[in-house]
Design a protein around this ligand. Sequence first.
Ligand code: ADP
Ligand code: MG
Length: 224
Amino acid sequence: MTTMMSAKNLSKIYHRGSEEVRALDGVSFEARSGEMSAVIGPSGSGKTTLLNIMGCLDNPTAGSLHVGGEEIFGGKKELSEKQLTLIRRRIFGYIFQKFYLIPTLTVRENIMLPSTFYKSPAAGKSPEEVMKLLGIDKRAGHLPGELSGGEMQRVAIARALINSPKVILADEPTGSLDSRRTGEIKEILRALASQGMTVVMVTHNLELAKAADRVIELSDGKMV
Ligand code: ADP
Ligand code: MG
């Protein structure tokens, strides 16, 4: 199994007025392809900050990040915003607790959205393919408002898969779902990892964390 992401000694300080918030304090973390990792810890412990930095959506105050052998943060030269945007589109699929579907677009249109901005040079998938994979092909023409929460999250996962990402990052993906839907999402994420993807999720859910190959626990921005 190859190391897909390697974070070393990440720290993040946010400024809130004159106050400094140390959201991450010396966190190191590796995620491999074919593995599912879970980031756990109480609210405010830095989980989202860590996930956002690993996904190149936020930059660390100190420390380094390598993704697929590429140096993203902590090197001699800083990447431009344009380079970061390309890395985000090429490497990552993002899943959030609140789904963030566009209410006026159909399921199929929502899923296709990332592929209208970026054509994956690797085999991008067709919307039909990913809808089938997630069991939502019968919903293709529906609007998000006509779906259950579990279905909405499966649409969001399908959207994250459309450009064939190498890494799936999920921030509390079952936070809005009941336990049965949580079990379904767990199985889907496990299946993606066993197909060779790198899956990293933030979760409060014990069942989900138990299904992970690797767990990192944060408390006040530090590893426990
Ligand atoms: P978690 O996801 O574990 O709940 P976060 O990573 O969201 O924790 O937040 C960690 C700490 O950083 C919290 O104290 C939070 O208030 C603070 N924080 C997060 N984002 C910002 C921001 N953009 N500006 C200021 N403080 C922030
Ligand atoms: Mg969070």
